[in-house]
Design a binder for this molecule. Sequence first.
Ligand SMILES: Cc1cc2nc3c(=O)[nH]c(=O)nc-3n(C[C@H](O)[C@H](O)[C@H](O)COP(=O)(O)O)c2cc1C
Length: 193
Amino acid sequence: MKVIGIGGSLRKNSNSEYYVRYTLDKLAAEGMETEFISLSGKTIKPCRGCYGCREAKKCIQEDDDFGDIFDKMYGADGIIVGSPVYYSSAVPQLMALLDRAGFSSRFSGKFFSRKVGAPITVARRAGHNLAFAQLLMWYYINDMIIPGNTYWNVATAGAGGARDPENDREVHDILDNFAKNMAWVLKKLNSGS
Ligand SMILES: Cc1cc2nc3c(=O)[nH]c(=O)nc-3n(C[C@H](O)[C@H](O)[C@H](O)COP(=O)(O)O)c2cc1C
């Protein structure tokens, strides 16, 4: 079973990358094959609303890095996305990817159906939950399975975006539980019974 984690921050060594990688490591310990994909250094143009995917059964914008990442999403059993919070929202580069991936999937066979996953959001002070809810909406309408947790997958960055995860033990416990639940769901789904 393969789980990919997509880091939405354009900053190198970001907080959201740390937390996505941390969760992937926990999933690897549960026997999952994992891969981290950063949007940093990549170009993902926004959906232009052409509806070309309805005919072509894939996104027809082919002049950026969307296709490679989309193929990895398509091939995965589980997808985690990590986003910094900008003005209480998920970051635009991640939403550009998810908009185009969601529409391509919708018009070419709903192949995100029953893939498993959830988001992780990182803010300095406020807006974590709004961005988390925004991303959950994407999972839900794409027919995916979202494992529950005993808290939301939200974390806090240091001042000025400083990397600060070592100072927040609680969020590690939250993500440990999430990873356990996600592995549990994936194993059940793939048990063949
Ligand atoms: C344009 C911009 C908008 C931001 N808006 C918020 C916000 O609404 N709430 C908040 O707590 N932090 C906000 N921040 C701080 C970031 O959320 C924080 O630095 C981020 O989580 C860092 O994540 P990263 O290390 O993964 O890039 C903002 C930062 C930027 C650059």
